[in-house]
Design a protein around this ligand. Structure first.
Ligand code: FMN
Length: 208
């Protein structure tokens, strides 16, 4: 059975972001896709210190939720990251979590389907959405999209329940993501995954 992990970056377990993720979960269940929600925003997650210890250890030097989620992410077919907007960006906790999760793990994320979901009261959704999609697009992860950018609006879960287009966007997103996961599994059988080259690693040398 295919599985999608949903990260809730909000400190509110049942807030706006959770309401958006719940709308997706209803579709995943109907599509026969297993789900697991991981509450990130309620945890004390520190940022990456660039110690590079993960390159030897294969896990983060800070042994917290990041290292717990890593094997779940490795086994999953898709990852949804949800965040409230704080000052026009994803919230600090989810950014620290995503930096460390993606940097400390060496397993291939290639062809796992990614989707970012953001919630704001009024502004900053699209900038936050762009930031979260960058984790996927540097990792060979196809990004699922919808009928609008993946956002809901509200200050409370009740507000989001009135954002009918936002909820529709979440359902369409989950349908598209389900389709992509199934199609990629079929295509893997038929064609195998595309080759990935990794031999070059250049840091803007002086051009000589
Ligand atoms: C520190 C902080 C900063 C915020 N910054 C913004 C913002 O820039 N734009 C906005 O529209 N809402 C902002 N909000 C409101 C939340 O993003 C919004 O209510 C969100 O939908 C809450 O989601 P949640 O219930 O999942 O936590 C901010 C809230 C907090 C606590």
């Amino acid at each position: 059975m295919s599985k999608v992990i949903l990260l809730n970056g909000s400190p509110h377990r049942h807030g706006c972001t959770a309401t958006a993720l719940d709308e997706m979960i209803g579709v995943f269940e109907a599509e026969g896709i297993e789900t697991e929600v991981i509450q990130v925003g309620t945890k004390d997650i520190r940022g990456c210190i660039s110690c590079e210890r993960c390159s030897q250890a294969g896990k983060c030097v800070f042994d917290d939720l990041v290292n717990e989620v890593a094997p779940k992410f490795e086994a999953a077919d898709g990852l949804v990251v949800g965040s409230p907007v704080y000052y026009g960006s994803p919230n600090g906790t989810i950014l620290s979590f995503m930096d460390r999760l993606f940097y400390s793990t060496s397993f291939s994320k290639h062809m796992k389907v990614g989707a970012a979901v953001v919630s704001c009261r009024r502004g900053g959704n699209t900038a936050s959405f762009d930031v979260l999609n960058k984790y996927f697009t540097i990792s060979g992860m196809p990004v699922a999209s919808s009928t609008y950018w993946n956002q809901v609006h509200g200050f409370s879960a009740e507000d989001v329940k009135k954002d009918l287009e936002g909820l529709q966007t979440m359902r369409n997103l989950a349908r598209n993501m389900s389709f992509m996961i199934k199609a990629i599994a079929d295509a893997k059988e038929k064609y195998g995954y595309p080759m990935v080259e990794r031999s070059s690693f250049t840091s803007f040398p002086d051009g000589k």
